[in-house]
Design a protein around this ligand. Structure first.
Ligand SMILES: CC(C)N1CCN(Cc2ccc(Cn3ccc4ccc(-c5n[nH]c(N)c5C#N)cc43)cc2)CC1
Length: 244
């Protein structure tokens, strides 16, 4: 997979050189290219913003640098086009489902806006030749799209074959698989500062362990994400499961 990221703070994306995404890039599973949007400005101040049409607070990102950047990186007459992801508070919710969908794409491009956002004509223009998704990572306000891109790239990259060591763990995660939050995890020592690993996990009885983990997942989901529990609609083994 090829990933292009456009930002006026390219150093913000240095985190993509680290850990899981960094290893995937070094191994050739990912081709990550970060671009400074100001490379497509032509004035002395490398201007990327201007006042909002119609008035209002703040500044809006000018369309010209974006148009030139997209044309340079994904030429109109090129052999392929990326799927363009534009983080915005007004976007469709990012989800594990969308992460899986994006993980199947050969080429993604991310447009990191700043100020009050990007001139709307940029998405319109790009939409004439590539799929454009305006996406939000949650109902809270950030100052720009870079953090959202780091979130989405990590969520997508870890789904790519060969990126994480144990693909089986993907099936048991929250927001994947059975729709429940995952159960609490423990490791050694079995007793730590007066807190013990639950006995069932030391029993060696895999059926009991599986049931306990399921019950814990249902309880956690009921406590923290009742909306997921409703969607899950699964059979709760005992009436006390969710309350246990
Ligand atoms: C009335 C008028 C003055 N208000 C002006 C502020 N408007 C909302 C507003 C607020 C902040 C920003 C800053 N910003 C610039 C690019 C950008 C990309 C993503 C996000 C972002 N925030 N939260 C998320 N989940 C995001 C994602 N994904 C934020 C971004 C952009 C836009 C609401 C209207």
């Amino acid at each position: 997979m090829r990933l292009d990221v456009f930002s006026i703070f390219p150093e913000y994306l240095a985190a993509l050189d680290l850990s899981l995404v960094g290893k995937a890039a070094k191994s050739g599973l990912l081709d990550v290219r970060v671009h400074d949007l100001r490379d497509w400005t032509h004035d002395r101040h490398r201007t990327v913003d201007d006042t909002p049409s119609g008035g209002g607070a703040g500044m809006v990102m000018k369309p010209e640098p974006w148009g030139e950047a997209l044309d340079a990186v994904a030429p109109v007459d090129g052999p392929a086009q990326p799927r363009l992801i534009v983080p915005t508070p007004a976007g469709r919710p990012f989800s594990q489902e969308l992460a899986y969908e994006l993980a199947a794409e050969p080429w993604l491009a991310f447009a990191c806006g700043r100020y009050e956002g990007i001139d709307a004509r940029v998405a319109e223009y790009a939409g004439e030749r590539m799929r454009v998704d305006e996406v939000s990572i949650g109902d809270y306000v950030l100052n720009g799209g870079e953090v959202a891109v780091l979130v989405m790239v990590e969520a997508v990259a870890r789904l790519l074959p060969g990126v994480i060591g144990n693909p089986e763990s993907l099936a048991e995660e929250s927001h994947s698989g059975d729709g429940l939050l995952e159960y609490p995890v423990y490791t050694k020592p079995t007793s730590w500062r007066g807190h013990d690993v639950p006995d069932v996990l030391l029993s060696g009885n895999h059926a009991l362990i599986a049931q306990w983990r399921h019950d814990q997942a249902v309880r956690r989901t009921a406590e923290r994400r009742p909306d997921l529990l409703a969607a899950w609609g699964g059979v709760v083994a005992g009436k006390d499961d969710a309350a246990a």
